[in-house]
Design a binder for this molecule. Structure first.
Ligand SMILES: Nc1ncnc2c1ncn2[C@@H]1O[C@H](COP(=O)(O)OP(=O)(O)O)[C@@H](O)[C@H]1O
Ligand SMILES: Cc1ncc(COP(=O)(O)O)c(N)n1
Length: 277
């Protein structure tokens, strides 16, 4: 059994944030723990309020976990403010988790801002150098590298710029592309494209949180990065296919251990590797 920690915000509607992370850890056979950075009042239509947790309480939660329990992997999600991001970076510098997946959550699927501009700088300057993998979606990658991304070629260029900020791997998620949902993984040398057909549904709340948590547990189990991302993408694909039409907006993806394990075994994600020019 692997012990996984998520450091992220709470989503009252249970679709994203801490709740998505814990469900993903459980569905993939892990023991989940949580450090809450912010409490959001949120549902499928949007975020109506955010209460940030004081940075010293964020740090105290991290210390309480690490001082007592062996942590096999950490996933970082919503950090809200620069002070919270600095408190998390201070702690990660001390505890140095073997697997650290940083999801630079900036905006919710419904369009609400979840991270201050100053906090983005802390993520870039302090957390990326410690990260095993960073997992921006396209708008987040555009913001981080200051370049527009319209196709897979530009995803590759952005991955190289973000790769120079220090993470082991960069995964640019293509959920915001129009014609497909291809993701691109860069390891500083080669690019791997995970081809994924676009599923036409509005029930995609929590896809980003869930894929980064699934990658975290997969790498904690010892999978290499390509396998960890491929398996995580399959997990999220199954979750989207079985997404829940609850609420009036973007419904959540489904997390079900049995559903995941017994889902169509023939569903394969194709990997295509291209060497960096
Ligand atoms: N409509 C969709 N059909 C298939 N895969 C999707 C769809 N939307 C998102 N994904 C996949 O879900 C994962 C999360 O991507 P994305 O939605 O870009 O992240 P975020 O939630 O951070 O915006 C990626 O693997 C992406 O390809
Ligand atoms: C507390 C919190 N954290 C993260 C997200 C991003 O969600 P998504 O996975 O849909 O990008 C969110 N909406 N709320």
């Amino acid at each position: 059994m692997k012990n996984l920690l998520t450091i992220a915000g709470s989503d009252s509607s249970g679709g994203a944030g801490i709740q998505a992370d814990l469900k993903t850890f459980a569905a993939n056979g892990g023991y989940g723990m949580s450090v809450i950075t912010a409490v959001t009042a949120q549902n499928t239509t949007g975020v109506s309020a955010v209460h940030n947790i004081p940075p010293e309480i964020v740090r105290a939660q991290i210390d309480a976990v690490f001082n007592d329990i062996n942590v096999d992997g950490v996933k970082i999600g919503m950090l809200s403010t620069a002070d919270i991001a600095n408190a998390v970076a201070d702690a990660m510098e001390v505890y140095k988790p073997r697997i650290l997946i940083v999801d630079p959550v900036m905006v919710s699927t419904s369009g609400s801002k979840l991270l201050s501009d100053e906090a983005v700088e802390v993520i870039k300057n302090r957390l990326l150098p410690l990260a095993t993998m960073v997992t921006p979606n396209i708008p987040e990658a555009e913001y981080m590298c200051g370049q527009e991304i319209k196709n897979i070629h530009e995803m590759g260029q952005a991955a190289q710029i973000i790769g120079d900020m220090g993470p082991g791997y960069v995964l640019i998620k293509g959920g915001h592309l129009k014609e497909n949902a291809n993701d691109l993984l860069y390891n500083g040398r080669t690019m791997t494209i995970f081809e994924g057909g676009r599923i036409h549904t509005q029930n995609t709340h929590g896809t980003g949180c869930s894929i980064s948590s699934a990658i975290c547990i997969n790498m904690a189990k010892g999978m290499d990065a390509v396998l960890a991302v491929g398996e995580a993408k399959k997990y999220v694909k199954t979750g989207i296919e079985n997404g829940l039409s609850i609420g009036k907006g973007n419904g959540p993806i489904h997390h079900f251990y049995d559903l995941w394990k017994t889902s169509d075994p023939n569903v394969e994600i194709e990997f295509k590797c291209i060497e960096k020019e």
